[in-house]
Design a protein around this ligand. Structure first.
Ligand code: BGC
Length: 765
């Protein structure tokens, strides 16, 4: 298992490539040696060469390979992204070594978000596992495969807190909760970077999008963010801070403005907070074309102004625009930007290249040319076993009336729906270098599981959407969605005929992967109507209806919840998705996933998040009162709460036991519950600890996740789960922006989701 090497778990297995001769000699990977090396190198560089290092570009129509070759020759480019095979990467690094004056190696980056060749569940699905070991596996394998392709950096993890499912990019993050996101982000960074990003099978991470991109107004991508300092520091910043404290070498700057200031122009964020308060020593990289966009934001009057603002605000490297290269020389000449400011940015670029080991060996992730894989997409390069295991853990059972699931491996099963046999959709968006043709669909997975033991019937039943405008939108850049030209009624009739012949109907419905992506915001979060009509029709057959959802965001599912006998949330679960889903449908794996985002009942309820404030007039559904905080045309609260997910077995929880009634400031106490698997199957669940500050100088959330433990219990088995609590878990940013824990009473809430908890109370002295 070479992919484990990065953490030193199997160090003896590392096959070290033959070190290429470095024009810079060999230097120890210490900060002291690095600083001395980089200072000397900087001294040798012309202003143009320095500015060249700040440029990050991808090969494409604007920058064809021939143009990039010339840039490399002149030292006008610092790094490349979106080039993902060893021969291509090697060719560019060769050009640096052969043609450029100083031979400063390029680094190569890519969006390795949920896998490189092997695709794992989308990040939101990964978060549903609440399993840090699974996150570690994904991080290790992704880094291994990315490094094996010659890459040095990934634009991940995305740790933006997301409370608005209209935003397509919720699919890329770990959900609505700060604690869960922080834990997962930290694990991902450590897994990908290992002991050092210079090691053969590790890559450097670039945490994104700094800051608060997840809070764009109305869930509309690239939109404005406006929030209080308290909320920013309490809920939105810790995810980035934890991932950076874990050692991430990079951070990507957000595209949005925050309280009126675009992040790309925000020296308070990028210097005062990131550098001065948090002590971040790595590199800041703009998002795609963000420097140019400062003019559109209306904070820069012309290109020179945009460049001056970005560089002086602390944006070290510019992604995908030519502005730094074009305008920095003039700005330095005129004195509008000091050379010291340029040096500072270049130092960060050279530092990360040093940390990546590129000065010791520019080919460190490439090895000799003869070692390139014969077939980049070879099956043997995939990690299917791990992909299947992680995918199973990411599935969330939302409903299971009268134990509809697991299904028997006999009789006839109708598999219906436009997503049932879609390899492309199984991969999800941002599927890096993954090949759709290598993914297993739900239909294939079911066939594999049954292997002739039962009859499998299939009908597409509907298009993902019949809306021509949306079809065109989804197919704008790739042929992502195949549109069946039969009429909707003919397709439904076909599905009905199939359903009638079966004992049970498995309907695979939801979103196409392109519907939950960057620039894919929705104003409506229901399943498209073509598929809803299909579900209505299937319901008329009276056959047990199992809905298998594929989607990249929480959907509004009130009607589907009432129609389904069972409902399984599968997100976009990656290369082995179909097999993993079949494992759960047939009971070869007992589902244990828990939602990392609340599922609203309708778009009108948004934002719906579990850790909201109480308000002065909280609604009480047992004693409804008009003048309380609620909608009169909809129930309060989500359809499925944060942390929710069922199992094929039943877990029961004891009352909460506290080791003490008071907590001294310098002490700690233990909160415990006893969990019993009182059902008939072995299974895993996630025990969740929430805290609530009853009275404080600021209104505090009704509950906040502070810890969780994933446990596995055999049928009939019992386990006591204990959570230590100390003053750090009780701290918050007060009105004066001091981080304090105020004395008083706190509720300890422990449950298997955020809505049904057992309670204890203690006093902080
Ligand atoms: C996205 C980033 C991504 C970058 C490079 C941008 O449009 O916002 O998340 O890393 O493109 O692909």
């Amino acid at each position: 298992m070479k992919w484990m090497c990065g953490l030193g778990l199997a160090a003896t297995l590392i096959v070290q490539p033959v070190m290429a001769e470095s024009p810079f000699g060999t230097h120890p990977l210490t900060q002291q040696a690095r600083d001395a090396f980089v200072a000397q190198l900087l001294d040798k560089m012309t202003l143009d060469e320095k500015i060249g290092q700040l440029r990050l570009i991808s090969v494409g129509p604007d920058n064809p390979k021939t143009v990039i070759r010339e840039m490399i020759k002149k030292g006008q480019v610092g790094a490349i992204f979106n080039t993902v095979t060893r021969p291509d990467i090697r060719a560019m690094q060769d050009q640096v070594m052969q043609l450029s004056r100083l031979k400063i190696p390029l680094f190569f980056a890519y969006d390795v978000i949920h896998g490189q060749r092997t695709i794992f569940p989308i990040t939101l699905g990964l978060a549903s596992s609440w399993d840090l070991d699974a996150v570690n596996t994904v991080g290790r394998i992704s880094a291994y495969e990315a490094a094996d392709d010659g890459l040095n950096m990934t634009w991940a993890p995305m740790v933006d807190i997301t409370r608005d499912p209209r935003w397509g990019r919720v699919s890329e993050g770990f959900g609505e909760d700060t604690y869960l996101t922080s834990q997962m982000g930290r694990t991902m960074v450590r897994a990908m970077q290992g002991k050092s990003p210079a090691d053969r099978f590790n890559v450097m991470t670039s945490v994104k999008h700094f800051a608060a991109y997840g809070a764009v107004e109305g869930g509309r991508d690239y939109n404005t963010v406006d929030m209080s300092q308290q909320r920013l520091f309490q809920d939105y910043l810790p995810g980035y801070k934890t991932a950076l404290d874990a050692g991430s070498g990079g951070v990507m700057v957000a595209l949005n403005s925050l309280n009126g200031v675009p992040a790309t122009a925000d020296s308070w964020l990028l210097k005062d907070i990131l550098r001065d308060k948090w002590g971040f020593k790595g590199i800041t990289i703009s998002d795609h074309g963000a420097i140019k966009e400062l003019m559109k934001h209306g904070v820069a009057s012309d290109p020179q102004d945009a460049v001056r603002i970005a560089i002086t605000s602390g944006v070290n490297m510019s992604m995908s625009d030519e502005y730094y290269s074009k305008y920095l020389p003039g700005l330095v000449k005129s004195g509008a930007v000091s050379e010291a400011e340029i040096d500072d940015a270049v130092r960060h670029v050279l530092n990360v290249k040093y940390d990546m080991g590129l000065f010791n060996d520019p080919y460190s992730h490439l090895g000799p040319a003869g070692s390139d894989p014969r077939d980049t997409n070879a099956e043997s390069r995939l990690h299917r076993v791990e992909a299947r295991d992680v995918a199973r853990k990411s599935l969330v059972l939302l409903k299971n009336r009268l134990e509809t699931l697991p299904l028997k491996k006999s009789g006839a099963i109708a598999v219906v729906g436009p997503l049932a046999d879609s390899q492309r959709d199984m991969m999800g968006s941002w599927s890096a270098a993954g090949v759709s043709g290598q993914s297993v669909t739900v239909l294939q997975g079911i066939r594999n599981a049954l292997a002739g033991k039962a009859v499998v019937l299939f009908s597409k039943g509907a298009n993902v959407t019949d809306n021509k405008g949306i079809q065109d939108f989804l197919n704008q850049y790739e042929a992502a969605v195949s549109v069946d030209r039969r009429s909707p009624q003919v397709m439904i009739d076909d599905a009905l005929a199939v359903a009638k012949k079966a004992d049970v109907v498995v309907a695979v419905v939801g979103e196409s992967q392109g519907m939950a992506h960057e620039a894919s915001s929705r104003s409506d979060i229901t399943i498209p109507s073509s598929q809803l009509k299909l579900l209505d029709a299937l319901k008329t057959t009276g056959k047990p209806l199992v809905i298998v959802l594929m989607n990249g965001r929480p959907l509004a599912l009130v009607k589907e919840d009432s129609q389904a006998d069972a409902m399984l949330e599968t997100w976009f679960s990656g290369t082995e998705g179909g097999n993993a889903i079949a494992d759960v449908l047939f009971g070869d794996y007992n589902p244990s996933g828990k939602l990392p985002m609340s599922f609203p009942r309708s778009v009108g309820q948004i934002p719906v998040y579990y850790n909201h404030l109480q308000t002065g007039r909280p609604y009480d559904f047992e004693h409804p009162n008009k003048y309380t905080s609620h909608y009169y045309d909809a129930a309060n609260g989500p359809l499925y709460p944060f942390g929710y997910g069922l199992s094929y077995t039943r877990f029961t929880l004891s009352e909460v036991r506290l080791s003490a009634k008071t907590l001294p400031r310098n002490g700690s106490l233990n909160a415990s519950v006893t969990v019993t698997n009182s059902g008939k199957r072995d299974g895993a669940t996630v025990v969740q600890l929430y805290l609530h500050d009853q009275t404080a100088s600021l209104s505090r959330p009704v509950e906040e996740l502070k810890s969780f433990k994933r446990i596995f219990l055999k049928a009939g088995e019992t386990q006591t789960v204990t959570f230590p609590i100390d003053v750090n878990a009780l701290k918050f940013w007060n009105a004066r922006m001091q981080y304090v824990a105020e004395p008083g009473r706190f509720d300890v809430l422990i449950g298997l989701d955020s809505a049904r908890t057992r309670k204890g109370t203690f006093t902080l002295l």
